[in-house]
Write a protein that binds this ligand. Sequence first.
Ligand code: 13P
Ligand code: SF4
Length: 401
Amino acid sequence: METAACLSKAAPLGPNEQEIARRFKRHTETALTLASQPARPCQPPLPPSYQLLDDVELDVRLTRARALLGRRVVVLGHHYQRDEIIKFADFRGDSFQLARQAASRRDAEFIVFCGVHFMAESADLLSGPEQQVILPNLEAGCSMADMAQLEAVDECWQAVSSLGGSSILPVTYINSSADVKAFCGAHGGAVCTSANASAVLSWALDHGERVLFLPDEHLGRNTARRLGLDPAAVVLWDPAEPQGGIDAGEPRRARLILWKGYCSVHMRFTTAQIAKARECQPGVSVVVHPECRSEVVLAADAVGSTEFIAKTIREAPAGSQWAVGTEVQFVNRLAKEHPDKQVSCLDPVVCPCSSMYRIHPSYLLWVLERLLADEVVNRIVVPTAVAKWARIALDRMLAIT
Ligand code: 13P
Ligand code: SF4
């Protein structure tokens, strides 16, 4: 059975786990994959008393709530969060660093994740069983992660698997739902982050005849090029098109099948902006995130994850100039924190990541004050059956990197 073959190749499983893998495969075959994963709940409106608070009152009450909750709560803030939120974060970092921070603070009863939904899920997967993860606004989802719904992934998988061949491994970017991570775990694959995509993709290409990479086409393409993979061996699967919009022979030739997903924030960056930055600021260096299109990455001086960008600017010499192709809240903070360097966003008509921006201080205050009243709101729980396989995919990543 192909699933079991893939699994045993990547990480040997005991008989019990093989049975679970078989059951999982049966689920995928009937398109009922991980039916235990409920639909994401909607965010109810904030209570009226939280809707009209001014900045000063928000700040005073947030300071008080943090102090009263003390070490019972750890607040995590992704780099893309606004300053008014970062101010109250115990840790800030990229998505994976924050998930690890969550795992390292076992004494905290509550992990309040100021980021987006998939990040809160990762924190739930990596934290202790008694810890509760809270996402202040349930509407804070990642539009890229939402582009790979499990049913559509399963359809693609069935189509690609039916072509034959000995093995195909799925790799999912951490920007994906827990059930897609679990799908990858159960089919012998792994998770990757923007910081370790090369290592994980290289592992998958070594172990599988083909690799399905999702949900970000651009991270996949940029990483494949970095690994020297022949572009002719890369095909694009468009979930909006019948049969992925590719002709029947294509996946047979492919070594890498990319899911047609993208980040709307990083898609805003263009080669024209890079040319303009170089014209207006001779000597400027350009650093971009690997979610940008290939031609943008090629035109830049450096490419790397959010944390890579932070480190690059931190370690750059005083007086250096930087045009940065990533989320603007983060770029503006880098500029403030490094006044001895000139740091600006590559996009002159900047817009923040609207999903991250949904974590307004009023929501943070609401969840913290509910905790003070002994009520947990907006808890994120990954169901046990999903969590098991999602953790396997995350653990494989950790073993590879
Ligand atoms: P990081 O993994 O670098 O935190 O990036 C997450 C993200 O959403 C980038 O757009
Ligand atoms: Fe998702 Fe893009 Fe926002 Fe990152 S910046 S959370 S990939 S929508």
